[in-house]
Design a protein around this ligand. Structure first.
Ligand SMILES: [Zn+2]
Length: 148
């Protein structure tokens, strides 16, 4: 994979994520080499961004953590005791999805930008589609007894 260029994933307004994550933009700006932009998935499906694996060592940061506003760009050395031999390299898959779905490919269901109608809503970023349903929930009320 060629390196991702910061200018191609820059949000429109400084310090604000839109389709693209401001934090991920900062990371790529700081680490422009493809060898530092690898994406790994651990056994719990958690994603990490970091360096090419070197004898079991990966210098990385958890992607969701990195992409939360105000987090430091801070990588840790993950080694065998973190199970790094079995971390799956999903670099190509992740970056191609990120270019299509933006922040939704990092945070799943919590960052959709919904466009709503009376009946349904569609995410402007990733295309997720949901229909609207009215739900009736049981409720409790207090009443005076009827006088006879
Ligand atoms: Zn979405």
């Amino acid at each position: 994979m060629e390196s991702i260029q910061a200018k191609n994933i820059k949000p429109q307004i400084n310090k604000q994520s839109d389709f693209f994550s401001w934090q991920l933009f900062l990371y790529v700006q700081k680490h422009p080499q493809a060898t530092e932009q690898r994406i790994y998935e651990d056994k719990d499906s958690m994603l990490y961004i970091g360096s090419t694996r070197d004898e079991g060592w990966i210098h990385a940061q958890q992607l969701r953590n990195l992409c939360s506003m105000g987090q430091k760009l801070q990588r840790f050395a993950y080694g065998r005791k973190h199970g790094t031999e079995s971390w799956k390299d999903v670099t190509d898959k992740f970056w191609s999805e990120y270019m299509k779905k933006g922040v939704c490919s990092i945070h799943d269901d919590i960052v959709h930008k919904w466009k709503e109608t009376d009946k349904d809503r569609t995410c402007e970023y990733c295309g997720e589609y949901e229909t609207k349903h009215t739900v009736l929930k049981p409720d409790v009320e207090w009443r005076k007894p009827l006088k006879q």
